[in-house]
Design a binder for this molecule. Sequence first.
Ligand SMILES: [Zn+2]
Ligand SMILES: [Zn+2]
Length: 189
Amino acid sequence: MALCVEICLHRKNASVQQREGVNLKINIRELLAGEKSQKEFEYSIPAEYNEGGNEAIGDILISGKVTDMGGYIELNASAELKYRTQCARCLTELEKNCKIDICRPVTVSLQNGNEEDEYILVGENSEIDIDNLITEELLLSLPLRSLCSEDCKGLCPKCGCNRNEVKCDCTDKEPDPRWAALRNLKFGE
Ligand SMILES: [Zn+2]
Ligand SMILES: [Zn+2]
C-alpha cells in the first residue's frame, strides 16, 4: 500500500516534469527508409526533481541507439542521473548515481493486441520522443531508502553520535538498542 502511494507520487511528478522550450526528438527517417541501419544519440535534459528524500543534481544524461534488426527496429537507451540523498541510518548526506537501461521495439503503428507502453511509437516527421518514458523509468528506479554503506552502524540511540565515526561510551552498555529510545524518553523528562 505504502509502496503504491510512493510510486503514484513518483509517477505524478515525473509526468508533470515537462521541459520548457526543450523537446529533443530522435529522427529515424533514414532507418525507416532503409538507408541506414543504426542511429546513435546522446543528449541531456534538465531534471528538477526533489521527492522522497532524493534531489536531482544537474541533468539527466541520455544516450543510446536505434537499430534496424532486420524485420523490426529496436531502441536501446540508457539514462543517468546524479542525486543527493541521506543515509537512512546515520543521516549523512550522500551523492549517488542512478542509471537505467531500456530496450523497446519501435513501431510506426500499433497492431491489435499490442500494448502501447511496450513499444516506442514513431510520431510525426519520423521522430521518436523518449524523454517522458525514460525520465519516468529513471525516477521510479530511485531507491526509497539509501545507506552510506551496507554495514552502516547508524546513530547511537542514546547520545546521537554517528557510530561510524565515534565510539561513544554508551554503545556497549546498551545490550538491546530497541530499549534505548524508551530509556531516553524517561531520562529526558
Ligand atoms: Zn550511514
Ligand atoms: Zn552513544
